[in-house]
Write a protein that binds this ligand. Structure first.
Ligand code: NAD
Ligand code: UGA
Length: 458
């Protein structure tokens, strides 16, 4: 079949692959190829066991793979063959040298830019889909312009706003698609080509264009604002616990103000995921770089409150269980950083597990999708850890259970049956406020919610 357009994405991770799957699904006359240096990952994308769990993803991959969607490790040839290239490689926090612990590590990004330059035999549009510090497009342009010959490159910024667990719905019905470009003749032409792709399924008023620096910065700011809401409500949850208020009631009353809105006001054990912390720290680094320490400090506190919330949760477990956890068996229900994903990157459960192990507790971890990643995360940690998928078997014989992830499954468990199988007095630490806490108290548990008075007999 002759395809109308050929699109390449470099980076077959949580974002690159699902976003290309959606383009392939909505544009059957375009050929979409996704490449990665990780052979195992590409093999998995070509198999029945996709490397990423995402509701609805399997079905679309089945429909498009081999038709107009392809996964490959042949990066060099694919660069030659495609004229529109999305780059969606990882941009983690730098762990070494200047800016360690804050700045974005752009080594994968730069390697990709050089690879595009080396293998290009015709002019191309290169689209930043990874989340990047402001002015990264300039570096990309400079690298791409350093070649000989008359090939030209237009760099666009098209940050992705999907969330894990709801990726397919977010990609299919985005709140907005943002496309930043240079305001030159060729920049605007490249931008309109990208607009045409999204216009296949996104309504025109939701496709917004901007100057390239605004687009890059908007992505960092959007994540910072979302994370800030989580830290804001979590900070108030600490006050509620001291002052006998109920954080769910406060969040409801505050969120019903249409100027504030009700989303992202769920108190919990703190935000996880690969991006919030990384992107805020990146923003903090940029503010320092541009000589704005007050702005940097303001945003850094969002991360500090997140750490405080996790430490508070552990301190509460320790204190409630008579100030000793040594030899006690504690079951963590959930390990993914949120429901409907197997992703555990920066999951608060990692930090909480390590703190429990430091207290010499025995930790049993249960999760419907994330046990494989949990075992990788904790592979280097000493101490007693076991992994049990079935929640009933996981909690049996435990002194306490702590809910780490808001999986719907945990709302519907038979807590009477669970209570019977646990050591008494039995404790529940509901880190997501998702269970019927009053009912569990009546069953016999001592229940410790987030941001609400404890229901305890002790
Ligand atoms: P990821 O680690 O899952 O995937 C990145 C992939 O890039 C990996 O498979 C890696 O092997 C590959 N890669 C690295 N260097 C390469 C190279 N030179 N050539 C080919 N492949 C290469 O990361 P992710 O979660 O998909 O995130 C990617 C980017 O998208 C990040 O900048 C992130 O901030 C941003 N983002 C992530 C999310 C999310 O929900 N995870 C949402 C929006 C934006
Ligand atoms: C987030 C953003 O929502 C996406 O728009 C963005 O594209 C993405 O980061 C990214 O750049 O990586 P994601 O991290 O997948 O998406 O998931 P969220 O739904 O934002 O949840 C992040 C964390 O905050 C989770 O640990 C979640 O449990 C926590 N959270 C969220 C709360 O504790 N309370 C809330 O009310 C909402």
């Amino acid at each position: 079949m002759k395809f109308k357009k050929k699109i390449l994405c470099i980076g077959a991770g949580y974002v690159g692959a699902p976003s290309m799957v959606m383009i392939a699904c909505k544009c059957p006359d375009y050929k979409v190829t996704v490449v990665d240096i990780n052979h195992q990952r590409i093999d998995a994308w070509n198999s029945d066991q996709l490397p990423v769990y995402e509701p609805g993803l399997d079905e679309i991959v089945q429909k498009t793979r081999g038709q107009n969607l392809f996964f490959s490790t042949d990066i060099e040839n694919q660069i030659k063959e495609n004229d529109i290239i999305f780059v969606c490689v990882n941009t983690p926090t730098k762990t070494f040298g200047a800016g360690a612990g804050m700045a974005a590590d752009l080594q994968y990004w730069e390697k990709t830019a050089r690879q595009i330059l080396e293998n290009s035999q015709s002019s191309k549009i290169v689209i930043e889909k990874s989340t990047l510090p402001i002015k990264t497009a300039l570096a990309m342009e400079r690298i791409l312009a350093s070649g000989k010959g008359d090939i030209t490159f237009d760099v666009l910024s098209n940050p992705e706003f999907m969330a894990e667990g709801t990726a397919i719905d977010d990609l299919e019905n985005p709140d907005r698609v943002l496309i930043g470009s240079r305001e030159t003749k060729s920049g605007l032409k490249a931008r309109s080509q990208l607009v045409d792709i999204y216009a296949r399924w996104v309504s025109p008023e939701k496709i917004i264009t901007a100057n390239i620096w605004s687009a890059e910065l908007s992505k960092l700011v959007a994540n910072a604002f979302l994370a800030q809401r989580v830290s804001s409500i979590n900070s108030i949850s600490a006050l509620c616990e001291k002052a006998d208020a109920d954080i769910s009631e406060v969040a409801r009353a505050v969120g019903m103000d249409s100027r504030i809105g009700s989303k992202f006001l769920k108190a919990g054990i703190g935000f996880g995921g690969s991006c919030f912390k990384k992107d805020i720290l990146n923003l903090v680094y940029l503010c320092h770089f541009y000589g704005l320490p007050e702005v940097a400090d303001y945003w850094e506190n969002v991360v500090k409150i997140n750490e405080y919330q996790q430490d508070r949760f552990i301190a509460n477990i320790l204190q409630s269980m008579f100030n000793t956890l040594a030899g006690k068996k504690i079951c963590l229900l959930g390990f993914a950083f949120k429901a409907d994903t197997g992703d555990t990157r920066e999951s608060p459960a990692i930090h909480i597990t390590r703190k429990l192990l430091a207290e010499h507790a025995e930790v049993v971890i249960s999760d419907p999708k994330a046990l494989g990643n949990a075992a990788i995360d904790l592979a280097q940690d000493g101490g007693q850890i076991s992994y049990v998928e079935d929640p009933y078997r996981a909690v049996a014989g435990c002194h306490a259970l702590a809910i780490m992830t808001d999986w719907d499954l945990y709302r519907r468990l038979d807590y009477r049956k669970i209570y019977k199988s646990m050591i008494k007095p039995a404790f529940i630490f509901d880190g997501r406020n998702i269970i019927d806490q009053q009912k569990c108290f009546e069953i016999g548990f001592n229940v410790f919610p987030i941001g609400k008075p404890a229901l305890s007999r002790l």
